[in-house]
Ligand binder design. Sequence first.
Ligand SMILES: [Cu+2]
Length: 139
Amino acid sequence: MVFLNIHGRQFAVVIFLLFSLVSASCNQSTKVVDNERAVNTATTNSATEAPKPIEASKNNQVVIENFAYGPAQMAVPVGTKVTWLNKDAMQHSVTSDDKVFDSGLLKQNQEFSRTFDKPGTYPYHCTPHPNMKATIVVK
Ligand SMILES: [Cu+2]
């Protein structure tokens, strides 16, 4: 009887170990799926959120209107020619913060263009109105 009891207990322990192994591996595979789901969700989120502030306009044109550059942030590939158009009656400039380019004062409906041959971030402003700020990102 004693032997049987021990044997039975051992058997139960083996069953218990097997069961915990199986359930552990099940949990692990569930976790992997959850992680993948989390990664996918994170990727989707960053894909929808990250590009938002930087918009590439259809014709790589920035319109200056109501004392603002639109879009204020624009991403373009290397070699892109960007054109600014001043729609305001007020004169504005397109002046690089790093003195890389300067349009001088643009009258109403006057344009300024620049081709960006090097990747980088190009912040610029309006000389008469320093609160007017925008950025071109060249990739
Ligand atoms: Cu201005």
